[in-house]
Design a protein around this ligand. Structure first.
Ligand code: HEM
Length: 376
């Protein structure tokens, strides 16, 4: 999703595929219910490109990038007529022993750079622009830890897709033409019990993760019911091919406060894939044989977001622009764009809801994808 000129001026908004950075800030905010606040959001998110340039241009070598994700409830306020096909509120996933909670989040800002001051400055300006419209639900500053290790001591991110597979895994395509070029992102903040983890032998830890700790070599899949983390999070299609997601987890912590964690962030063209991974982790596969990583990792937050492509993000600034853009995509697809535009004129709203009304009704407040999950 990066601009094709990214090599010359490596500053970009909505670059899901931004290179691994040394620092990141994960900022989740909720938006006040009034119309003025919504107008402020429109202005801020549609102008994010400029804000990223304002900060990033001060050190191009810092590789500042920012991805904006929009939660389902805010999306419905910004674009009442039409919604990305899979966008849902993160459903609480309840296993026998561990629960993945669903926590509020209207906007996610995933800010990455190789300089912590660039991340800080962009966050400061963003929050300044949002003003009283936004309330911070969570703010986590992550850092790269040695050779891309998490605080459990394992190299984290190895199985990420690369090359052409990266776009296939993360970018929505023809299956949802209005939102092609976008992505879904799931964010969860995990807190670790490092003392308990340290009480396991290295072999036991390796069996939990599914890789060798020292040199990162992958272990064979277990034939037992109790599977390793890497096996529980491997999802295959009907042909047995793996369906990847892109993770950019970051360690965070405050040793003085006894806080140690992993901020999980996963981008995918198919939200259900990431959710299936979380179900496998918490409920288990087979059920009951949950991911033992959870005995030392407590999920403190959980939210899902849609990441619009840059053109859609910019069009969110003005409902007419959005209507025009999505209508144009209708025409390109040979669908009911003209009648939708007429409807918009008549109704004064985006009016493209007729295209999706049935789907939206079906999906409304029905976040559950499998047993053990519940919409919130
Ligand atoms: C406490 C939080 C987590 C930690 C510390 C963690 C750590 C790791 C580590 C060390 C690996 C092996 C190396 C690698 O391939 O990256 C891994 C693999 C993986 N994790 Fe996690 N993870 C966490 C949460 C999650 C969550 C919530 C998901 C999915 C929603 C997930 C999805 C995956 C996937 C897809 C793989 C690659 C599996 C494969 O080999 O194909 N992880 N994780």
């Amino acid at each position: 999703m990066s601009s094709e000129h990214g090599d010359r001026v490596p500053i970009d908004a909505q670059s899901v595929d931004a290179p691994l950075s040394r620092f990141a800030i994960f900022l989740v905010v909720t938006i006040a219910p009034d119309a003025d606040s919504l107008a402020t959001v429109r202005e801020t998110v549609s102008g994010i490109d400029d804000l990223v340039k304002t900060v990033g241009f001060r050190d191009l070598g810092g590789h500042l990038s920012c991805v904006v994700g929009i939660g389902r409830l805010l999306w419905d306020r910004l674009s009442p007529g039409i919604r990305p096909a899979e966008l849902e509120v993160f459903p609480t996933v309840r296993g026998d022993v561990h629960t993945a909670p669903s926590t509020p989040g209207d906007l996610l800002f995933h800010i990455r750079a190789d300089r912590v001051d660039l991340c800080f400055e962009l966050e400061r300006l963003l929050l300044d622009a949002l003003g009283s419209a936004a309330r911070v639900a969570d703010e986590t500053s992550g850092f790269r830890y040695f050779d891309v290790r998490d605080l459990l001591g394992f190299v984290d991110g190895t199985a990420n897709p690369i090359g052409g597979d990266l776009a296939d895994a993360t970018v929505i395509g023809d299956e949802d033409p209005h939102f092609a070029g976008g992505s879904y992102v799931v964010a969860q903040k995990y807190l670790h019990d490092l003392d308990r983890w340290a009480s396991l032998t290295v072999e036991e830890q390796e069996a939990v993760i599914g890789r060798r700790k020292s040199d990162n070599v992958e272990l064979d899949d277990s034939v037992e019911d109790q599977k390793a983390h890497k096996t529980l999070t491997t999802i295959t299609d009907d042909d047995g091919d793996e369906i990847d997601i892109l993770r950019d987890n970051m360690p965070f912590g405050r040793p003085g406060a006894g806080e140690f964690g992993t901020y999980f962030i996963g981008y995918s063209a198919r939200l259900w894939v990431t959710m299936r991974m979380i179900e496998n982790m918490f409920i288990g596969d087979p059920p009951g044989f949950y991911d033992k990583i959870l005995d030392v990792s407590t999920a403190a937050t959980g939210s899902t977001f849609f990441v619009p492509s840059n053109p859609v993000l910019q069009a969110l600034g003005d409902p007419d622009d959005l209507s025009e853009l999505l209508g144009a995509r209708d025409e390109a697809e040979g669908t009911a764009g003209a009648s939708a535009a007429q409807e918009a004129e008549r109704g004064g709203s985006l009016g493209i809801g007729s295209l999706r009304a049935a789907a939206l009704d079906d999906a409304s407040n029905d976040g559950s994808a499998a047993g053990g999950t519940e919409g919130t």
